[in-house]
Design a protein around this ligand. Structure first.
Ligand code: PLP
Length: 376
């Protein structure tokens, strides 16, 4: 969590009043929300005449809102919705498939290749099978499991060449602080969604930029807050923390140094353990600055994670079920990895702003030492 956010939360000087109240405390709460709104419009260089901004509980809510309301709006005779996503999108997107099927709507998953790059040529065929349906496409800018970055400009440009209106939602959750110039969104999609806990803010708060001409029928209805886009009493402190975290990131992050730290750790691992590990997506055109995603050829992730944890290394696996046993990562399976390799997925995330005492050589050394024990 960002230091400025920790300090704010520790101080406890919260704005308890409802920003919709007209009394002085309410107005102060409203001012706090508005300051962050103005900050975000400036930072992302968006024009308030063309874009709306609303806060929510995080990307899962926003994605559900988009996909579900889009499908529900098409429920009438002769109309259909078509949801489109890739097979490596986050579960919040992937799970919409079942909802669309329940409603008798269409949902298509586009494949990726072994580098995690979308197989765009599949799309035309999929679109042709649903000629009259209204289409909503989720594009994930940066993959949360592999760190593979898609070229949004080129993908959105290609989508706009189809002789058909396709609404585009960008899952931009993993972009902030993890790719260069993350604030320069190309503004060609209809919506961009973010979650604060991915860039140093608290959990349970996020925001979406939405083009004013996007036909969003709000899924969450109630008191009409946030211009009716997302009803429910706003969370001024959470909203304020978004601004604190982004200000801190913008003013203190050294992206080039983060990239070289990650490259250096990866290089050590590949040089020393190339016979038992592989970096996922290593041939992709672009990967993010802080995710090291590996498969291990000899052991499943549960065994490795325990050994890494004992060595003080907090590493994640691709996927774990509630019984604690490791399931194959859906993302790696989609990239063509075998089931046994997909069960051995490891993900190390470097801190976006490494502290002065973060020693990349020490991290690489410890990773190498633990993983070397399992190379046979
Ligand atoms: N999309 C991506 C790419 C994510 O990485 C995540 C969370 O990890 C989400 C969506 C869902 O975000 P949240 O858990 O904040 O709702």
């Amino acid at each position: 969590m960002a230091n400025s956010v920790k300090e704010y939360l520790a101080k406890g000087d919260f704005s308890f009043a409802n920003p919709s109240s007209v009394h002085s405390s309410g107005k102060r709460s409203r001012q706090i929300v508005n300051e962050t709104r103005d900050y975000l419009f400036d930072l992302f260089e968006l024009n308030e005449k063309e874009w709306s901004l609303f806060f929510h509980s995080g990307a899962t809510e926003a994605i559900n809102s988009f996909f579900k309301s889009f499908a529900l709006a098409q429920i009438s005779p002769g109309r259909k919705a078509l949801g489109i996503a890739s097979s490596v999108d986050h579960s919040a997107v992937y799970q919409q498939l079942a909802f669309y099927q329940l409603l008798g709507m269409n949902f298509e998953l586009i494949d990726v290749d072994s580098n995690g790059e979308i197989v765009f040529s599949m799309l035309q065929k999929k679109l042709n099978t649903h000629l009259s349906a209204k289409a909503l496409f989720n594009l994930t800018w940066v993959n949360n499991e592999t760190g593979v970055v898609w070229d949004l400009d080129s993908l959105i440009g290609s989508l706009q060449k189809f002789d058909r209106e396709i609404f585009i939602h960008v899952d931009a959750v993993q972009s902030i602080g993890k790719i260069k110039d993350w604030w320069k969104i190309n503004q060609k999609a209809h919506a961009y969604t973010y979650s604060a806990h991915k860039f140093g803010g608290p959990k349970g708060i996020g925001f979406t930029f939405l083009r004013k001409d996007f036909p969003l029928f709000p899924l969450i209805q109630g008191g009409g807050q946030q211009a009716g886009l997302r009803s429910g009493t706003e969370n001024p402190d959470g909203v304020h923390c978004i601004k604190l975290a982004l200000e801190e990131l913008k003013s203190t992050q050294n992206m080039n140094s983060l990239i070289s730290m990650k490259n250096s750790i990866e290089k050590t691992l590949v040089e020393e353990l190339g016979d038992s590990i592989e970096v996922v997506g290593h041939r992709a055109k672009l990967r993010n600055a802080n995710t090291i995603s590996l498969v291990h050829m000899k052991r499943t992730a549960d065994i490795l994670l325990t050994a890494l944890d004992l060595a003080g290394l907090e590493v994640s696996s691709g996927s774990a079920c509630s019984s604690g046993s490791v399931l194959p990562s859906r993302i790696l399976l989609a990239m063509g990895y075998s089931e046994s390799l997909a069960k051995s997925a490891l993900r190390l995330s470097l801190p976006l702003i490494p502290s002065a005492d973060y020693d990349k050589d020490e991290v690489a050394q410890r990773l190498k030492t633990v993983l070397a024990r399992f190379r046979d």
